[in-house]
Design a protein around this ligand. Structure first.
Ligand code: SAM
Length: 327
């Protein structure tokens, strides 16, 4: 077998790249613990990211997702998209963003080679949005969604993290948008990532989210995935242009089909979002190692990939928070 495989014979062809640990929001479930921010020198330069991607492509990686922190707070992310578009072998580049700056950047990102975007939105209610994100940027996010569509990104997916007692009464409103606006909504099961005492009580199982929607809007039919590399299971309301997807990292573990690894903004290679295993690639990169050696390090990280994460087993990853890895 050629290409990048882990020790459980899973093919790894998708790389998520965090470009910053800074964010213009303070979501309650993402930034619970205060950790010193990275210094300028700690963060990989765009050319360095491009070189790591060149090594990964040699192993068969084809798809990239840019994330953060909030990727669009880093200056000139379009320049990175352009650099990565030039790497032969990359067929798909996407972005995960909170959307607040998309109205400003959607056109230039599309022109630079960005094909599609996932936008995080957890509530339609301004006061609740403020409670969850610590900001008043809901109108900016809604404008960002429209700007992404106008710029020709396809698909535009809306990611909602469902939190018990906080926004779970809005899941049906989000599903309605798949019919009225053609949105591709994805419900993300809350991952109790930082053990803050309240954490586990916030999880709403994806099965319960599906049931809530069907109780109100009737039976939905399973449908084919909207373009992407992710683990969501998709459904459609009758006659809806859009879809609803369910990502249940805790109650519907999809590790058996995991095809990804992650690069943190400061050059850590992580085979799993939900485990602390990580190796440093920045040090060797900055000491001038060859592409072959970088590829060897990527293979080493793949070899560390566990059969499955242990989030449901009283284990919480401790070293980094979600905003430091990229979700
Ligand atoms: N700032 C960007 C954004 O808001 O999409 C990208 C980074 S953010 C860490 C990526 C995704 O992770 C977002 O959709 C966010 O809602 C999700 N996320 C963060 N913490 C989470 C948690 N504990 N459980 C589930 N999803 C989480």
């Amino acid at each position: 077998m050629t290409g990048l495989f882990d020790t459980y014979h899973r093919r790894i062809n998708y790389m998520r790249i965090s470009v910053t640990d800074r964010c213009n929001m303070r979501c309650i479930y993402c930034t619970a613990r205060s950790v010193p921010r990275l210094s300028h020198d700690d963060i990989l330069r765009y050319k360095e990211i491009q070189r790591i991607v060149q090594a990964a492509v040699g192993l068969g990686v084809k798809s990239l997702r840019i994330t953060g922190g909030e990727p669009l707070v880093r200056p000139d992310v379009s320049a990175l998209i352009e650099l990565l578009s030039q790497v032969e072998g990359i067929s798909d580049i996407s972005l995960t963003t909170n959307g607040a700056l998309l109205d400003k950047y959607a056109v230039e990102l599309k022109e630079a080679g960005l094909k599609r975007v996932n936008i995080s939105l957890d509530s339609f209610k301004a006061d609740r949005f403020k409670y969850i994100t610590g900001t008043d940027k809901i109108e900016d996010v809604l404008k960002g969604i429209e700007a992404a569509k106008r710029a020709g990104m396809d698909p535009v997916k809306i990611n909602m993290v469902v939190l018990k007692g906080i926004n779970d009464d809005e899941v049906v409103d989000f599903a309605r948008m798949s019919a009225s606006e053609g949105w591709h909504v994805r419900y993300i099961e809350y991952m109790p990532f930082v053990d803050d005492g309240e954490d586990k009580g916030r999880v709403v199982a994806v099965g319960d989210i599906l049931a809530l929607i069907q109780q109100s809007l009737g039976k939905m039919e399973p449908c084919l995935p909207t373009k992407g590399n992710g683990p969501a299971k998709y459904y459609q309301l009758p006659n809806a242009k859009g879809t609803v997807g369910f990502i249940g990292a805790v109650t519907d573990c999809f590790c058996a089909n995991c095809n990804r690894f992650r690069l943190t903004a400061d050059g850590g290679l992580r085979p799993c979002l939900l485990e602390d295993d990580e190796i440093d690639i920045k040090g060797p990169l900055r000491s001038g190692v060859s592409l072959e050696e970088l590829a060897r390090l990527i293979q080493e990280a793949a070899n560390m990939k566990r059969e499955h994460h242990r989030l449901g087993e009283e284990f919480a990853p401790g070293k980094r928070q979600m905003w430091q890895i990229g979700g």
